[in-house]
Design a protein around this ligand. Structure first.
Ligand SMILES: Cc1cc2nc3c(=O)[nH]c(=O)nc-3n(C[C@H](O)[C@H](O)[C@H](O)COP(=O)(O)O)c2cc1C
Length: 174
């Protein structure tokens, strides 16, 4: 049976650099690996512990199912206002009670202007979720916009190489 990687972009922006990074990683997926980029992050409702019961919102159940059935997860995100983009953090909050990410191999890429605050905060959050963050599959890419052309291709060769390393390292966890 094929292995599965589920990828989440923390940016909702059309033409997002982070989304383009995830597309680039997808081109490296071997034939026996199903690679899916999540496209419903914007539809996740605001986290409400009062609704986090046996019948949570449908989009939340769908997200949990995607992650449960994935052999590994990639999170690729920018930083906003020195923090994690709100909609990504919101989605992660919905994952706490379900234990969906417990022991799940996770690659974390923060691609932003600077990004170190969001990267550090996400490592803490993923720790709280008991995810198995693969150290060699974590990558902070500053000045991301200068490393891509207008079509979303990564033009910076060292960055491409680092991304390849992250992806190959994650593949060893499948
Ligand atoms: C509202 C806003 C706040 C931002 N704040 C930060 C920040 O604190 N740190 C940073 O590194 N980049 C910041 N940026 C720049 C983003 O990292 C940059 O626009 C990045 O390309 C967004 O990712 P995307 O291309 O995947 O949408 C901010 C951008 C926006 C729109």
């Amino acid at each position: 049976m094929n292995k599965t990687i589920f990828a989440i972009s923390g940016s909702l922006r059309s033409g997002s650099s982070n989304h383009n990074i995830l597309k680039f990683l997808g081109t490296m997926a071997p034939a026996d690996v199903d690679y899916t980029i999540y496209n419903n992050l914007a539809q996740i409702p605001p986290f409400d512990p009062g609704l986090d019961n046996d019948t949570p919102p449908e989009t939340v159940t769908e997200l949990r199912n995607f992650i449960t059935h994935a052999d590994a997860v990639i999170i690729c995100t920018p930083e906003y206002a020195f923090g994690v983009p709100g909609q990504l953090k919101n989605a992660l909050d919905w994952l706490v009670s379900s234990s969906t990410l417990v022991d799940k191999p996770v690659a974390l890429i923060t691609a932003s202007s600077v990004g170190n605050n969001a990267h550090a905060a996400l490592l803490l959050t993923l720790g709280a979720l008991s995810a198995n963050v693969i150290e060699e599959a974590t990558l902070l890419i500053p000045f991301i916009r200068a490393k891509m052309d207008n079509a979303g291709n990564i033009t910076d060769e060292p960055t491409k190489k680092e991304l390849e390393n992250v992806f190959n390292r994650l593949l060893t966890q499948l």
